[in-house]
Design a protein around this ligand. Sequence first.
Ligand SMILES: [Zn+2]
Length: 372
Amino acid sequence: MFELLQVDPFSKARRGRLTTNHGVIQTPIFMPVGTQGTVKSVSPAELHELGAQIILGNTYHLFLRPGLDIIREFGGLHQFSTWNSPILTDSGGYQVFSLAKLRKITDEGVHFQSHIDGAPCFIGPREAMEIQATLGSDIAMLFDECPPYPCEYDYAARSLERTLLWAARCKEVPTPGAKFGIIQGATFPELRRQSAEALVAMDFDGYAVGGVSVGEPELEMMAAVDNSVPYLPENKARYAMGLGTPPQMIEMIARGIDMFDCVLPTRVARNGTAFTKHGPLNLRNACHAKAKGPIEEGCTCVACRDFSRGYIRHLLKAEEILGLRLMSLHNLHFYLNLMSQVRAAIEGGSFSTFRTAFASTYRVRSADEEQE
Ligand SMILES: [Zn+2]
């Protein structure tokens, strides 16, 4: 399923190819997030134009709304949404723990109340895999418990035990596509190792580093990856869940990660934040009011090709939908194009140079600096 094509000689960065039921994915890759079966405000045709190879769907959200009966009637999420390329679905675990009300966790699974209408629901390992099979997911994630940050050792250890018990149950449920195991263990190197080794022994199609991007400092985030990757086989894809900013993704790639998903490009679009190679830019700032240039000079996205910063700023201030759409298209283009540059750099043996150049150019400015 995963072919390792090339490894960077100066870091752990990898160039790979992942084959799924709905097509081939070139890695490293960024996966736009389509929480409710849509990448917010962007159509499947636009996603293809942006060069998106795979998108992510949320099991928890789609299970609650529209519900499996409706998805089944349409023959799965691909047909329902008309996105005919690969889809990765999360297991629902993360949302059950972060969104649902009144949870009760047992070894069988999680009883909870829907955050939409309070209806009582249950998702266990078997249910999570069956839901993902109904969605027709190309890559299904195992049902896991994502411990919070910070987390005591004893809780993390007990939680990990349960997640491994669930992993064995998930493995037994047939799904149409691949299954990826999720490494947990919070901030404890020993638990990360145990988790990775146990999952690898069960032999899944790929492995994710979970429990990151849950509010921990960046050093802990990098440590979670460094404490997991050494125990993973070279010939399986590696996915860091819910990450991250552009510099974080580059650093994770250098640590041997192949896949990312993150809501940032579309989420910050709403606040008027655009990603550029010089760092994030806030288009709501007054300094852009009369700016005739594009969001980013040289960018080939629709927003930059046709529109000025001044006009997009006006749309954002007036809360026009087009403003949000243009910002989302630019940000997704930035993330996807960054991955394409990374792939080319690894192929050309120049990833280290690219990594250094990127880090020296990308700067997170303070609001005051932007106002100048
Ligand atoms: Zn652009």
